[in-house]
Design a protein around this ligand. Structure first.
Ligand code: XMP
Length: 514
């Protein structure tokens, strides 16, 4: 596909995916590459602009990440952010050193509104700073276009060579005009036209899938999560009944979730595809009986999924394509894209089935960030409650029940979780909290209900705010909301007599409760 491209060169900073996301929010397609990527490869991609990210190192030290000077001589606009800005200045003859005053957090900055980078930005604006090194002197040919109290070169530019250096982080929301600054870079400086839009992505994908698949057969494991749902609908729109979706209900889904998935994708739903629901609840509960160790539970659930899926696939026979809901962060985090390769410690439902007879994998969402997957989902007419569904782990409630998993415990956690979700939505907090759910502790204790002594389970409520799910903080839920949830759970869910709110952040906790 011939679309315009901006490249992010990753020097290992924490906001690297965020930079690419912000560029894409400007309707410009953007990909992340490690600083180890050869310049010839970058040239071949013919980008409209290049952005160098932040990073944890000092650019003047010998073994710090760097890049060939040639990058700045290609005639392609380059924007350096934080470490990227310092590196640009260092390579081109400026002076970078330890800052006498380290800046961290929201910082007042004075900008030259004459710069193309600062169109629609006030002279006096707030930016997000996070640095211990600073640009003491801009490189020859550069003009300083912004400063702060402690930072003489907050930004610098050389308009003849189209090079721009920004010490702060425009990609972070705390930089009030960050979005405008990045938009100014891609439009005023790189002259992008803004051809990356979800409606055309959907249209183009349907066309290319149709051409690729021809009259072939396609198989998709549908989990009911956002990614696999959007992938399935794209395929359904492209090849209709040539697609078969297999949905395994392992009995560890949230309350009514199996039926909800069936209502959308099943024979009475809105899409033209073959849908197979496998009700494997009992099979899973049998396998999980007596197992208390969390990793063992995960393994059993993952392996059982593969067995069930293989059995179904055998019934269907050979297919040409297998659909996977891989998205762009998976690509970056598995080390193929950026520098900050974090190998995921958990996989969805245990990896690829080994014995499914297929020729090729199709990954229609491989280029998309999560928010783009959601936009594509809405574009495709998938119901909002499904599109905005919060992350739900492959092993499901199996890893939200401490100790042995039983049908009875699943019922308790499903009911408690449904109440919790309903009240969070009633309080208007559902889009604010990134993930929230009820879990079941393995603790039973004495209580009193009416005049009777009880000896029942304690439910734990979890709610976190996070950007990347690698670190998280517990959300501050108003006491009245928690109190209402507690009351309803105790009154409505049989077998529970205590409710706890889990305050732990990650680290040291994890988001899940296993
Ligand atoms: P933890 O518990 O590791 O979770 O802090 C981080 C994020 O990952 C999700 N998670 C999983 N997602 N399969 C998944 O698809 C899994 O096995 C799995 N385990 C955890 C978790 O819900 C949170 O969003």
């Amino acid at each position: 596909m011939n679309r315009e491209l901006v490249i992010v060169i990753d020097f290992g900073g924490q906001y690297n995916q965020l930079v690419a996301r912000r560029v894409r929010e400007c309707n410009v397609y953007c990909e992340i590459y490690s600083y180890k990527t050869d310049i010839e490869k970058i040239k071949d991609m013919n980008p409209k602009g290049i952005i160098l990210t932040g990073g944890p190192n000092s650019c003047y030290e010998a073994d710090s990440p760097t890049y060939t000077k040639e990058l700045f001589e290609l005639g392609i606009p380059v924007l350096g952010l934080c470490y990227g800005a310092q590196l640009m200045q260092h390579i081109l003859g400026g002076k970078v050193g330890k800052a006498p005053v380290r800046e961290y957090g929201k910082t007042e900055t004075f900008v030259s509104t004459k710069s193309k980078l600062f169109e629609n930005v006030e002279e006096n604006t707030i930016v997000w700073m996070s640095h211990f090194d600073y640009i003491a002197k801009a490189a020859p040919g550069f003009e300083v276009t912004a400063y702060t109290k402690d930072c003489p070169v907050a930004t610098a530019e050389d308009i003849t060579r189209n090079l721009y250096a920004i010490q702060f982080h425009p990609e972070v929301l705390h930089t009030i005009r960050g979005k405008e600054i990045l938009s100014n870079f891609v439009y005023n400086i790189c002259h992008c036209s803004g051809d990356w839009k979800m409606d055309s992505f959907v249209e183009n994908s349907i066309r290319t899938i149709r051409e690729k698949v021809g009259d072939g057969k396609v198989l998709c494991a549908l989990s009911g999560g956002v990614d696999s749902s959007v992938a399935a609908v794209l395929l359904a729109k492209a090849v209709g009944k040539q697609l078969t979706c297999v949905f395994v209900d392992h009995g560890l889904l949230r309350k009514n979730e199996g039926d909800e998935v069936e209502a959308v994708f099943g024979p009475n739903g809105q899409y033209d595809l073959n849908f197979i629901r496998v009700n494997a609840q009992d099979r899973y509960y049998k396998k999980l009986a007596g197992v208390t160790e969390p990793e063992k539970k995960r393994k059993i659930i993952g392996e059982e999924f593969i067995r069930v899926f293989e059995e179904e696939a055998k019934k269907i026979g050979a297919v040409d394509y297998l659909v996977q809901g891989t998205i762009y962060p998976d690509v970056v985090e598995s080390g193929l894209g950026g520098e900050s390769a974090v190998i995921k410690s958990h996989h969805n439902v245990g990896g690829l089935p080994e014995y499914v007879d297929f020729k090729e994998i199709i990954e229609p969402l491989r280029d998309l960030f999560k928010d783009e997957v959601r936009k594509a989902g809405l574009e495709l007419g998938i119901p909002e409650y499904l599109v905005f569904r919060q992350p739900f782990p492959g092993p499901g409630l199996g890893i939200r029940i401490i100790g042995e998993v039983t049908a009875e415990k699943v019922r308790i956690v499903q009911d408690a979780d449904a109440i919790y979700r309903e009240e969070i939505a009633n309080a208007g907090l559902d889009r604010e909290i990134n993930q929230y759910f009820a879990a079941l502790t393995n603790m039973r204790s004495v209580g009193v209900m009416g005049d009777e002594r009880t000896y029942d389970y304690a439910v734990a409520l979890r709610a976190v705010k996070t950007i990347d799910f690698m670190t998280a903080e517990s959300a501050e839920i108003p006491y009245e909301v928690l109190n209402k949830v507690m009351n309803r759970i105790i009154n409505e869910v049989k077998g529970v007599n205590r409710v706890f709110y889990d305050l732990t952040s990650k680290p040291p906790g994890t988001i899940e409760f296993e």
